[in-house]
Design a protein around this ligand. Structure first.
Ligand SMILES: [Fe+2]
Length: 251
């Protein structure tokens, strides 16, 4: 083969190889999207379905807790983090000196979700030793899923409401790592308190209001000091406090 012809042959071969690499790169990109995104889309569609069930009072709040925990148990955590654009979001957090920062959750990348959702959502971010402060809930069901880092998570049943106090019973007190979860309703594990035990911790949260037709209270948080007087039977007399006080004590 003459020299010029050989050079032209080599040039064309290199061009073809470059084109092939580009095509493979694109295919790889598409493949990744096809593999991961539908899993997350289906997960969010199921979240949408179960939150409608409790919102429409087709199931009891404790049944919703089981459904939500079942869904959290099946989460593809790397795929969820990707769909939440977690790394970019986590890099920009301005951690508060006390308590946890609530970050908005963007579902723009989730296909097929209706625009009107019946659940609220956020991500809590906190530095080591800081907490989602102890609080209970009225007429609300909610669940935590640890996204990154580790936490000490505590829950209490709210046994009785008195004028200035709640009577509570400790139900959960353990370490939570990424992918682990817990849930809350008027009837089970109503109070929670999560403290970061790693440099930073991130917790995904969804909540549904008006989940208990038998509760006349407006849905919301109630703040509580769970380190109160110990009563018989493992119960605790926990003072009702405001957010400023609980943040000062435990934030
Ligand atoms: Fe909560």
């Amino acid at each position: 083969m003459p020299l010029e012809t050989r050079r032209e042959f080599t040039r064309q071969a290199l061009q073809s190889l470059t084109a092939l690499a580009l095509i493979e790169g694109l295919a790889g990109h598409r493949l990744f999207g096809a593999d991961v995104q539908p899993i997350v889309d289906d997960w969010f569609k199921e979240l949408d379905a179960i939150t409608h069930e409790i919102h429409d009072h087709k199931v009891k709040d404790v049944e919703f807790q089981k459904s939500l925990e079942g869904l959290y148990a099946r989460v593809d955590l790397p795929a969820l983090l990707k769909s939440l654009d977690f790394d970019r979001m986590a890099a920009g957090v301005n951690y508060p000196a006390k308590g946890a920062k609530s970050l908005p959750v963007d579902f723009k990348q989730i296909a097929g979700l209706p625009t009107k959702l019946v659940f609220g959502r956020q991500i809590f971010a906190m530095a080591k030793g800081r907490s989602v402060v102890p609080h209970g809930h009225d007429n609300m069901a909610t669940g935590f899923l640890v996204l990154k880092g580790t936490c000490r998570g505590r829950h209490y049943d709210r046994v009785e409401d008195l004028d200035d106090h709640y009577i509570i019973r400790p139900t959960i007190d353990r370490a939570f790592k990424p992918g682990e979860y817990s849930s809350i309703s008027d009837h089970k594990d109503n109070v929670h308190w999560f403290t970061a035990t790693s440099d930073h911790a991130f917790i995904f949260n969804i909540h549904v209001n008006n989940t208990d037709p038998g509760n006349p209270n407006i849905p919301g948080r109630v703040y509580i000091d769970p380190m109160g007087e110990e009563l018989a039977g493992g119960l605790i007399k926990a003072e009702k406090v405001n957010h400023e006080r609980v943040n000062q004590l435990y934030g």
